[in-house]
Structures are given as structure tokens and as C-alpha cells.
Design a protein around this ligand. Structure first.
Ligand code: GDP
Ligand code: MG
Length: 748
């Protein structure tokens, strides 16, 4: 039942009898109840206690500490308050929420400051109810944020124990205090942390206990997360520390009361300036320094406090999960670990296998991976559900999702790696299968259908991959799909097919080239043989005189050559098209074929024109003219014959052949054949690899610096001259022999 500020104002003017109110507030006021509601009557209470008109002349102190550590008892002794105290007999918690009471011992001999307001905060041992922990944090923060002095009440034996000394709680409270109330404030508010150590036995000096606590506090401070800008802050920037030890109340009641009386004298005003404070025993130092005061005028305090409480209640950082949720978190984590053991037993060896394969660069497909993954996954989820589903629903659901994502990350990796292996080995198998099929086809000699082979093997490879992929699908897992991978696989198969087709094209080109070579070998050889006969044919002409063979030799060679290559081109095109070669690939193939064929032809011609061969042909040609008559009948030389005349005529006729052979030119045009036009320009789609093994051709590859004229020059001038000289010598020999035989014939 929080009250609006207006209502609070009204209560200020409420005509409630003062005595009646005094009675109503005998035990002080419950500022915050156990349901975390802020009491709208705080203003009234402060009014009843005459605090409202005091301006800044009031003080606020709180107490912090575990339940039943004698906090309320101490406050009651110190300030004459009547906070509920656990009765020795009943052992039940009495203080609920946060209570406030004015110091009842004001004005007595101890010289306490005016208007001390004391807040008694419900303590819990934090183990019974989650809700209490939540309240404990929030009330502790409220105390810290509003109070000048925070009494931290602990047993001596709790010193040095993180949990016992409430360090965990302090950590959270410090953290949120920085975040909520200090981060943006212009001045740094300071508070006094006043450690009151209860049941001090006296064996450990206070100094030692104090050092332990200070060390714990600075460790705690370094571990809290600080807002940016305050990263380097020290705990001393926000807190002063004081320490006091009290004897055991039950065992040493007099000493206890004495010590408390002495402690009471310290609740007086002091000075910020230590010089002004003068030399003073540390155990007598006043606790109310001006710098601790929050500077909220007394009449604004209730609104201020309510605002602080409002911020605290709505701060998420302070919300604690309920005990039930904590338990569920703990158990679900534990169960996760338990059920993962069986999962690991099945899955880890598979992961290790893949890791090993990856290490040695092997692509093996793990048999029965799919069933193994499916079994492991459904088993672990079922096991988890069986044990964990009885805990807090929300936590269970979240933890189940966590577990699922954990195992799915691993299963997905297995799945993916298996697909990668299937991909790799599939591509390899495909490539090998196509090559094997081609080889088998070649062996049979029949023209095999390359396109058909590729198509069949590709279908087989795809089907195999799909079977493999389907077999490792994991039921219920969202990621379990291979559509993308299948697409990639298909793409790779296509790429490999293209490469294999290119290989096949090369094989085809080689076969066609070989065919061209054998055809040209025969037909061109035949043409050159004809030179050996002086009258265009071998042996004796039967039907009159034929034109000399050498006359249109090159015209015939060019025709034979172009016709042969034309036939080869047709073979090449037909075959290439049968296995789906692209028009560009065919174009490049034909262009290469023409160039290579020219090379074949030129090599053949060069072979024919090798010195030994050509000299033989010239000699045959000459002898044919010299030693046979027009009818092809061998001459029997007689001394009367005009041997010199016949010799000269035959020799001159044969000599004419040499320059004719020296250059490849057509008789119709007296120019080289149009080799450049016939080969044509390199196709657009030609690749550097396609040109790698091609010899340059003069006049076609202009950048080679060799003209068509030069390409067509088969015998150099000096070579021709040399041939002429050698031929003449041979002819002379034949002539001398003829002469001799004429004379010899006569003497016979
Ligand atoms: P609170 O929960 O911290 O406020 O503790 P109480 O003031 O209600 O006291 C809890 C119990 O501790 C009561 O039975 C007190 O009599 C007892 N008690 C109070 N002060 C002391 C003390 O100094 N030493 C010991 N041993 N017991 C104390
Ligand atoms: Mg109490």
C-alpha cells in the first residue's frame, strides 16, 4: 500500500493525537514490509518524532548481517529502541522487513548526536527461502544507499569466511550501489562501514581480525564489475572503516554492557578534517562525519527514501531466481553432464576417427553414422527429459535447449564432415569411372559414346551421394538437410565432366592428327615419287607424253592437303558434337587441327626434300630423260649419237626442278597458298593452354617475325646452289658412263 506523495502531505496535516501516535509507533515504524511495500506513513512518523523540522540535523544508521547475530539486541542496547528480538525460548525470527526507530537515549550522559534514526534490517540466513535472499539483497542495498553509517554485524568466528561474513551479499550490494546511485552522482557519497565483531573471545587481537576483513574487502572490490569510468576506483573512495569487538553477551554480560556503553559514546558528530578531530584513540573516534551525510533535508527524506526503494525494487540486477529455479539449474546441469557420458561414449570415437582422417588427408565415409547419430541423440534427449523434466519448467526448457544445441553442434560437424568425405570420394570415383569406361571403349575399338558414359556415371555418382546423405539425416534436428551440399556436389561433378571432356577432346584431336599424318605420308610421298620420272609417270608412258610431274606439284599437294584436312575436320566435328562439346570448344579444336596438320605437311615435305632423297629424285628424273627415248625405250649408246646434246637437254630440264621445289607456290598465282586465310584467326575462346604446344607458323603468327614467304621457302638459296652442284656431278658421272658405253659398244 504505497501512498502517493499527496497523501503523505495530507498525513502531515492530519490531526492525529500526538500521544496516540506515539503509542502507535512504540516499536518504531516498519518502513518496508515483508511484501516489499514502502510505508506511506514514514513522513507522519518523522513528524511525530519531531525530525521533520530538523533540516540536516539528523542522522541515519543501519545494521547489516546474518539472521540471529544479535543485531536487534545490539541496537536496543545502544539506542534504547524496542526492535523485535528473537526470544531465547521461542527461537523464531521476529524482525520482518525494515524497521526504523528514533534513538531513545538522546540527551543522556553519552553525548550522542541529535536525531539519530536507526534502521533494523531483517536478516536471513539465506538458506531457507529464495524469496528471502531476494529481500535480503534489496533491503541491504536500501540500507547502504541511505545510511551514513552501516553497522556490519558478524560473529568473530565468521571473520575470514566468505559466506559467513556475507561477502557475497556485500559484493552484489556494492556492485548495484555503484551502478544505481554512484555512477552518475557529481559528488562521491561516502559511508562508514562499522564492523561490530560479536562474541569476541579476546584470543585474536582486534587488529588481526580487522586486517583479515580489510584484505577480504579489497579482494571483493577488485572482483566487482564497475561502471566504465570507475574501473580504477578503490573501495576507500567510497567507504571509511571502523572496527569494534564486543564480548559475549550471555557469558560476559557485564563486559558486554560496558563495551556497548562505550560504543554508544561514538555516535556523536565529528569533523572531516582530521586535524580538527585532534589526537584521539581510534576506539573513541566519532562516527558521524559531515561527509557521510546525504544532505537530504529531513522533510524530504521520506520521498527520497521512497524513490530509492522504488529504484531498487525495479532493478533487475538484484532479482534473484527463486530457490526452485536455483535447484532446477543445478540439477539440470548435473543431469546434462550425466547423460552426456553415454553420448560421448558413442560419438567421441566417431569424432576422433574424422579428426584422424582429416589429419592424414583421407576422405573415409563412416559406415552406419546415421543410425549412430540418431540413436545417440534421441537417447540423450530422452534421458534428460526423464530425469530433468520434473524440475522448474522454464529452467528445464532452457537447459534442454542448451543441451540440444550443444550436442547438435557436434552432430552437425559429424554430418558435414561425412558429406565432405562423400563429396570428395564421389568426385574421385566419378572421374576414375569415366576414364575406365573410356579405356574399355577404346580397347573394344568401337567408337564409344563419351557423352553417354559421362551421363551414366554422373547419375550413378549423384544417386550414391544422395543415398549416403539421406542415411545420415538426423531426425528432429533443424540443421539436418543436404540440399546445399548436393548442389555443390553437382556443380563439382559438372566441372570434372568439363575437364574430362576436354581430355577427351585432346584424345580425339590426337587421333585425328594421327589420321592426317598417315594420309599425308602416303599421298604426299606419292606426289614426290612422281618427280623421279621425267615425264610425269613412272616407267614408260603408254599414251603419249604426260606433262612433267613437277609442273603443278604444289597445286596438287595443296589440294590433297586441304581435302585431307577437310575430311579430318569433319570427323573431328562429328565426334566432338557427339559428346556435347560446345561450339567454342569445337572451333578451337578445328583451329588447332589445321595448324597441327600444316606442321605435319611441312615435316613431310622437309623429309622428302632431305638431301639424300632429293638428289636421288633428281638423278632419277635426269636419267629418265637422258637414258630413255621419247617412247620410253632405253637408249643403247652409239658413238654417232649426240650424247652431249641429249645430256645437256636432260640436265637443263632437271635443273629447272630445283628452284621449283625450293618454294611452295601455286602455279596459277605464282604465290604461296593462302595458308593464313585457310588457318584463320585464333578463336576468341582460345586459352593459353590451347596454344602451349603449337609451333609458330610464319605469316600466320605475325609476331613471330617470319613471313608467309619464308614459311613457304623449303630450300634456301645456298642449299639450292649446293644441290645443283652435287646434282651436276652426279649427272656428269652418268654422262661419262654413257660415253664409255658408246665407245665400249663400238669396240665390242
Ligand atoms: P538478530 O536476528 O540479528 O536481530 O538477532 P537478535 O537480536 O534477535 O538475537 C538473536 C539471539 O541471539 C537472541 O536469542 C539473543 O539473546 C542472542 N544474542 C543477542 N546478542 C548476543 C551476543 O552478543 N552473543 C550471543 N551469543 N548471543 C546473542
Ligand atoms: Mg533482528
Amino acid at each position: 500500500h504505497p501512498t502517493a506523495p499527496g497523501a503523505m502531505m495530507n498525513s502531515h496535516f492530519a490531526s492525529v493525537g500526538e500521544d496516540a501516535s506515539k503509542e502507535a509507533y512504540e516499536h518504531g515504524i516498519q518502513v518496508i514490509d515483508e511484501d516489499k511495500n514502502f510505508n506511506g506513513d514514514l513522513y507522519t512518523y518523522l513528524n511525530v518524532e519531531k525530525i521533520i523540522p530538523s533540516g540536516f540535523n539528523y542522522h541515519l544508521i543501519s545494521v547489516f548481517g546474518s539472521q540471529s547475530t544479535g543485531k536487534s539486541t545490539l541496537l536496543n542496547y545502544l539506542f534504547g529502541t524496542q526492535f523485535g528480538v528473537m526470544s531465547e525460548a521461542e527461537r523464531r525470527q521476529t524482525t520482518k522487513g525494515i524497521w526504523m526507530s528514533k534513538n531513545k537515549r538522546e540527551g543522556d550522559s553519552r553525548g550522542m548526536a541529535d536525531n539519530i534514526l536507526v534502521m533494523d534490517v531483517e536478516g536471513t540466513d539465506g538458506r531457507e527461502r529464495g524469496e528471502d535472499q531476494d529481500f535480503e539483497r534489496k533491503s541491504a542495498l536500501f540500507a547502504l544507499a541511505t545510511s551514513e553509517v552501516l553497522i556490519v554485524n558478524i560473529w568473530e568466528h565468521q571473520v575470514g569466511l566468505y559466506q559467513g561474513a556475507n561477502m557475497g551479499l556485500l559484493k552484489t550490494v556494492f556492485e548495484v550501489n555503484l551502478q544505481l546511485f554512484i555512477k552518475d552522482s557529481k559528488t562521491i557519497p561516502k559511508s562508514l562501514l562499522f564492523f561490530v565483531i560479536r562474541d569476541h573471545l579476546g584470543t585474536t587481537p582486534l587488529r588481526n581480525l580487522q586486517n583479515t576483513l580489510l584484505a577480504d574487502l579489497s579482494k571483493l572490490w577488485s572482483s566487482i564489475s564497475k561502471p566504465s569510468g570507475l574501473d580504477n576506483s578503490r573501495i576507500e573512495d567510497y567507504f571509511d572503516f571502523a572496527f569494534v569487538a564486543l564480548p559475549h553477551k550471555i557469558l560476559q554480560p557485564e563486559k558486554f554492557e560496558e563495551a556497548v556503553e562505550k560504543l554508544g559514546t561514538r555516535f556523536r558528530e565529528g569533523y572531516n578534517d582530521p586535524k580538527k578531530a585532534g589526537l584521539m584513540d581510534e576506539t573513541e573516534m566519532p562516527v558521524f562525519l559531515p561527509q557521510y551525510h546525504r544532505r537530504i533535508p529531513a522533510d524530504g527524506f521520506s520521498v527520497y527514501a521512497e524513490g530509492i526503494w522504488d529504484q531498487i525494487v525495479h532493478n533487475k540486477d538484484l532479482d534473484l531466481p527463486t530457490q526452485q529455479e536455483l535447484l532446477a539449474q543445478f540439477r539440470c546441469d548435473e543431469i546434462s553432464r550425466e547423460v552426456l557420458v553415454a553420448f560421448d561414449e558413442k560419438i567421441t570415437p566417431l569424432e576422433d576417427k574424422q579428426a584422424e582422417d582429416a589429419r592424414v588427408g583421407r576422405a573415409t565415409i563412416i559406415p552406419d553414422l546415421g543410425p549412430a547419430m540418431n540413436a545417440a541423440r534421441s537417447q540423450i534427449l530422452k534421458d534428460f527429459e526423464t530425469s530433468a523434466s520434473r524440475y522448474h519448467k522454464g529452467v528445464y526448457t532452457r537447459k534442454k535447449a542448451e543441451l540440444e544445441s550443444k550436442i547438435d553442434t557436434r552432430l552437425k560437424t559429424l554430418f558435414q564432415k561425412q558429406l565432405t568425405a562423400a563429396h570428395k570420394s564421389g568426385v574421385e570415383t566419378f572421374s576414375n569411372a569415366v576414364s575406365a569406361d573410356v579405356k574399355a571403349g577404346q580397347k573394344k575399338g568401337a567408337t564409344y559414346d563419351f557423352a553417354q558414359i559421362v551421363d551414366t556415371e554422373k547419375k550413378r555418382a549423384l544417386a550414391k551421394f544422395e543415398i549416403e546423405a539421406k542415411s545420415i539425416l538426423v531426425e528432429g534436428a533443424q540443421w539436418s538437410s543436404y540440399a546445399q551440399e548436393l548442389k555443390l556436389y553437382q556443380k563439382d561433378l559438372d566441372e570434372v565432366s568439363a575437364r574430362l571432356r576436354k581430355d577427351e577432346m585432346r584424345r580425339l584431336a590426337t587421333r585425328v592428327e594421327r589420321w592426317v599424318r598417315s594420309r599425308l605420308d602416303e599421298s604426299i610421298g606419292l606426289e614426290f615419287n612422281k618427280i623421279g620420272t621425267g615425264r610425269g609417270g613412272s616407267g614408260a608412258p603408254e599414251h603419249g607424253e604426260r606433262p612433267p610431274a613437277e609442273k603443278d606439284l604444289w597445286d596438287r599437294i595443296w589440294v590433297i592437303f586441304t581435302e585431307t584436312v577437310e575430311g579430318a575436320e569433319k570427323r573431328f566435328t562429328d565426334r566432338a558434337q557427339s559428346f556435347d562439346a560446345s561450339p567454342e570448344e569445337v572451333e578451337v579444336g578445328l583451329w588447332r587441327l589445321r595448324r597441327k596438320s600444316w606442321g605435319v605437311l611441312r615435316a613431310k615435305i622437309e623429309e622428302e626434300l632431305m638431301e639424300g632423297n632429293i638428289l636421288l629424285k633428281l638423278r632419277e628424273n635426269f636419267e629418265d630423260k637422258f637414258r630413255y627415248d621419247e617412247q620410253g625405250v632405253p637408249r643403247i649408246w652409239r658413238p654417232t649419237d649426240d650424247i652431249e646434246g641429249l645430256y645437256t637437254k636432260a640436265r637443263e630440264s632437271t635443273v629447272k626442278i630445283i628452284p621449283l621445289l625450293a618454294r611452295f607456290k601455286l602455279s596459277r598465282t605464282s604465290a604461296p597458298p593462302p595458308l593464313d586465310a585457310w588457318i584463320g584467326n585464333a578463336p576468341e575462346s582460345v586459352l593459353p593452354a590451347d596454344e602451349e604446344d603449337l609451333a609458330p607458323i610464319g605469316g600466320v603468327d605475325e609476331e613471330e617475325g617470319k613471313s608467309l614467304e619464308e614459311e613457304m621457302t623449303l630450300l634456301s638459296d645456298s642449299k639450292a646452289t649446293d644441290l645443283l652442284v652435287r646434282f651436276k656431278k652426279t649427272a656428269d658421272g652418268v654422262f661419262v658412263e654413257a660415253k664409255r658405253s658408246a665407245i665400249g659398244g663400238m669396240t665390242q
